[in-house]
Each structure stands twice: as structure tokens, then as C-alpha cells.
Design a binder for this molecule. Structure first.
Ligand SMILES: [Zn+2]
Length: 187
């Protein structure tokens, strides 16, 4: 199961979608994607929430891959693997039971679309899907519900995370976003 809880030191990219988990990221192409927190939405609560900020940002700034009526999909800034997406309601809600029928249905549909797009673009051999509801369950951003979609490949969980607290990510987030967005149906 996905666990994005942490108590790790702030990252320079604090405030963006994703939760630092104590692992260093080895960005093999040696160039960090730079994302700015401009285009802030209205409202003090929304301003602090990385998902609300991403929802209001330009797609490339917020690493948004696709937008629906009530939900959207974006890349995790702290991915467990290349292509680690999150499907998120646009509305700032924390509990699955707070979703409307429409939101719940679209969240489910977009999760399935995400699986299909990731399969087409990155050819993973499996997926981890899941939501952590509440801090105690491991939610890094408990205030705003998010569904993780993590593609898996044989051998992806190698020794690096254990020995070096580092994950090797062979593709830049911006490049991943561009590829997934290009393959997303209806975009
Ligand atoms: Zn929010």
C-alpha cells in the first residue's frame, strides 16, 4: 500500500503536490523541473493546499496531466516511481464520503483512464492504487483527498531506497507530464 506519511525536513519545493518521505531523489537527467507557486487561488485554506494550488495553476506548473469536470490528475512531486499520478477532486474535501456521486464516479473513471494511459505510455507490469484517509493512515496531505496511481515494474524496488535512501527516477517530471498529457484521451 502506498504510504506517503512523513515528518521529514522541508523540501525547497514545499507547497507543491506530494509529500517529502525522507528519500533523496536521484534525478538522473541532472535537471530539476522548476515549478513556481504563482496563480494562487482565492481563499486562505486553498492557498495553503498543494492540490488546490495545482488545480488553479497552469498545467505545466502544477504538473497537471488531465482535467475533468470535478476531478483532475497530476504527477506526484515526490514520486515512488516514474509516472506516479494522483487523481484528485477539484473540491477541497478530505473524506471519501464527502464526495458527491458525480465526483466519486468521475474519480473512479479518471483512475481507470490513468491506468490505461500509463500502460500505453510507460508499459508498467502492475500498479498500486490507493487512498490514505487521515494522517493516522499515512496521508501526507490529509485535508484534500487523493487517489494514488503508482505504476510498477519488475525490479523497481531495488536496493537503492534501503541502502541510500535514494530513489532513481530516470525521467524528469515535466517530460513525464508532457508524455502522459499527450496520450490522454480527449486532450
Ligand atoms: Zn485543497
Amino acid at each position: 500500500m502506498v504510504d506517503d506519511s512523513s515528518g521529514q525536513p522541508a523540501d525547497p519545493a514545499e507547497g507543491l503536490a506530494g509529500t517529502p518521505d525522507g528519500f533523496e531523489r536521484l534525478w538522473t537527467p541532472h535537471r530539476m523541473v522548476y515549478i513556481q507557486g504563482q496563480d494562487k487561488p482565492a481563499g486562505p485554506q486553498a492557498e495553503l493546499c498543494p492540490f488546490c494550488r495545482a488545480a488553479a495553476a497552469a498545467d505545466t506548473d502544477g504538473l497537471v496531466v488531465a482535467r475533468g469536470e470535478t476531478v483532475f490528475a497530476l504527477l506526484n512531486l515526490y514520486p515512488y516511481n516514474s509516472g506516479h499520478l494522483m487523481v484528485v477532486p477539484v473540491r477541497h474535501v478530505s473524506d471519501a464520503l464527502d464526495l458527491t456521486e458525480d465526483e466519486a464516479a468521475e474519480l473512479s473513471a479518471m483512475t481507470r483512464t490513468a491506468i490505461g494511459v500509463l500502460r500505453d505510455v510507460m508499459a508498467p507490469q502492475g500498479f498500486n492504487l490507493g487512498m490514505n484517509l487521515g494522517q493516522v493512515a499515512g496521508a501526507g496531505i490529509a485535508a484534500h483527498l487523493h487517489q494514488h496511481v503508482v505504476p510498477r515494474w519488475t525490479g523497481d524496488a531495488n536496493f537503492l531506497p534501503i541502502v541510500g535512501r535514494t530513489k532513481a527516477l530516470p525521467e524528469l517530471l515535466g517530460d513525464t507530464r508532457d508524455r502522459l498529457a499527450a496520450a490522454w484521451p480527449g486532450r
